[in-house]
Design a protein around this ligand. Structure first.
Ligand code: NAD
Ligand SMILES: O=CCc1c[nH]cn1
Length: 521
């Protein structure tokens, strides 16, 4: 499927040499040559286009693909195909859908290293993390495979022997629109529950990370979904709008920024389409003085520096109780200095490049402004050039720790979406709760304490969709994930997500005669 230096030509995704060749690929070698749209069970060039976009390898700054953004015609063809596939797939039993999803999960597991390598090349996250993302991806498919057959309604007894029952039915053609920070995982988090419920899906990845959704599409086809059930269209805002506005699209599940979420909701409102919005955050991490300090420091690093800090639920406002703030800060800086930055495909790298040049500039701009507003950079926050010459034009920076922060500063109020931790001190539980909740976002929050009563009391008061107690950024597929306030609504993962990809039909059954005020005397 890909031409690459080690691949020696075009090979098939499903042959072992392809998997081995991709998994062994090194930074600076991959070029995407095959079409990036997927329709009717195969890669295709789009029928029309509304411009082009370039996708990069963030580690080197090389262009790896030039996308044709799908136009209205291509989007309509994808919807037409998805509608046809929906007719077949929605008639299958839950157990039949389960079998196909389990096979797809098995194939993802089998190709884990190759998929993770592609993700690292296109996104820049370390191969260590990309493999973890692939694990949560196949787990998601397995989880919803297991739930597919449990979709059921209820039976309700009514007077006179009449009764009613409910049926949980799929919605139809669902659209998934993804962000660039977890390209493969987001495609799985959306498609697995959608397909388990009997829907079809058209997925549009971010134009920055167009590559890995195609691997998922090929796996679904090989696993046995009908052609057209999972299609991929490429492009940016214009393509996304064609999708959201299409009259035959039944639902939109979106992961991205708040401003785009607003637009998605407006477009969906015009068609009365349900939406799931997984948006941004500025989450608090609260560290009480009675915590296990070593775990709290580990938690703070997990909350800030995974995927170069480009994680929606990151706990970037680190509130530390006054008594331990010096000790905590010293230890956090010590551990942050140890993070190995560099070629993301190397096994010991823990921080790769940011997604692209403009984003790196934006993150550095936040740090500059933080300094102007009175914050102190205790460590990092600078552009970084690794010694390997092939990485010279990559988008690297050192992880940044800010102190002397106050609640009104821009770095404390706005989502930076980069490796920037702001440390703030507090004195009392009541005070920190008020400050933690003083944000328009509400995606996640964290608490480190040994006092279990306090942990649950604080979790109950935090205005956030997910609260981590004594850990951070762990997202098992069994647990629902989603936001409060401007971080969005609807959920991904967990049993509840079946409700967001299905609708309830009530069937009334009359066992007697019709009683009517209109009957003749
Ligand atoms: N809550 C979550 O689960 C979650 C997960 C990952 C990222 N995010 C958030 O995503 C943001 C970063 O991702 P991003 O920069 O890709 O976000 P973005 O909003 O710029 O883009 C997200 C997607 O929307 C598409 N898009 C842009 N304009 C559109 C329009 N008018 N109509 C339809 N589609 C449109 C983009 O092409 C992309 O595929 C951050 O705010 C982050 O917090 C949230
Ligand atoms: O970036 C936010 C968390 C996440 C991971 N995968 C999908 N969302």
């Amino acid at each position: 499927m890909f031409l690459c230096a080690v691949g020696a030509g075009v090979t098939s995704l499903f042959r072992t040499p392809w998997i081995a060749a991709v998994a062994a690929m090194s930074t600076g070698t991959f070029v995407q040559l095959e079409p990036l749209n997927y329709r009717d069970g195969a890669r295709v060039e789009p029928a029309d286009s509304c411009g082009t976009e370039k996708a990069f390898e963030p580690a080197t700054g090389r262009v790896i693909a030039t996308l044709q953004c799908s136009g209205e015609k291509e989007v309509s063809l994808a919807v037409k195909n998805a509608k046809a596939a929906f007719k077949v797939w929605s008639k299958k039993s839950g157990m039949e859908r389960c079998e196909v999803l389990l096979e797809a999960a098995r194939m993802i597991k089998e190709q884990k290293d190759a998929i993770a390598t592609m993700e690292t090349i296109n996104n820049g996250k370390s191969i260590f993390e990309a493999r973890l993302d692939v694990d949560t991806s196949w787990q998601c498919l397995e989880y919803y495979a297991g739930l597919a057959a449990s979709m059921a309604g209820e039976h309700v007894q009514l007077p006179g022997g009449s009764f009613g029952y409910t049926r949980r039915e799929p919605l139809g053609v669902c659209v998934g629109i993804g962000a660039w920070n977890y390209p493969f995982q987001i495609a799985c988090w959306k498609s697995a529950p959608a397909l388990a419920c009997g829907n079809a899906m058209i997925f549009k990845p971010s134009p920055f990370t167009p590559v890995s959704a195609l691997l998922l599409a090929e796996i679904y086809t090989k696993a046995g979904v009908p052609p057209g059930l999972f299609n991929v269209v490429q492009g940016g805002a214009a393509t996304g709008q064609f999708l959201c506005q299409h009259p035959d699209v039944a639902k939109v599940s979106f992961t991205g920024s708040v401003p785009t979420g607003v637009k998605i909701m407006e477009m969906s409102a015009k068609g009365i389409k349900p939406v799931t919005l997984e948006l941004g955050g500025k989450s608090p991490l609260i560290i009480f003085s009675d915590c296990d300090l070593e775990n709290a420091v580990k938690g703070a690093l997990l909350a800030n520096f995974l995927s170069q800090g480009q994680v929606c639920c990151n706990g970037t406002r680190v509130f530390v109780q006054q008594e331990i703030v010096d000790k905590f800060t010293e230890e956090v800086v010590k551990q942050t200095k140890k993070i190995k930055i560099g070629d993301p495909l190397l096994e010991d790298t823990r921080m790769g490049p940011l997604i692209n040049g403009p984003h790196l500039e934006r993150v550095c701009g936040f740090i500059k402004l933080a300094k102007e507003q009175g914050a102190t950079v205790l460590y990092g926050g600078e552009q970084y050039v690794p010694t390997d010459p092939k990485l010279k034009f990559g988008y690297y920076m050192t992880p940044c720790i800010l102190t002397n922060c106050s609640d009104g500063m821009t770095c404390v109020r706005e989502e930076i979406f980069g490796p920037v931790m702001s440390i703030l001190s507090f004195e009392t539980e009541a005070e920190v709760l008020e400050r933690a909740n003083d944000t328009t976002f509400g995606l996640a929050a964290g608490i480190f304490t040994r006092d279990i009563q306090r942990a649950h009391r604080v979790a109950a008061e935090l205005q956030a969709g997910t609260c981590y107690i004594n850990n951070y950024n762990v997202s098992p597929v069994e647990l629902p994930f989603g936001g409060y306030k401007k971080s969005g609504f609807g959920r991904e993962n967990g049993r509840v997500t079946l409700e967001y990809y299905s609708q309830l039909k009530t069937v009334y059954v009359e066992m007697g005669n019709v009683e009517s005020p209109f009957e003749s005397q």
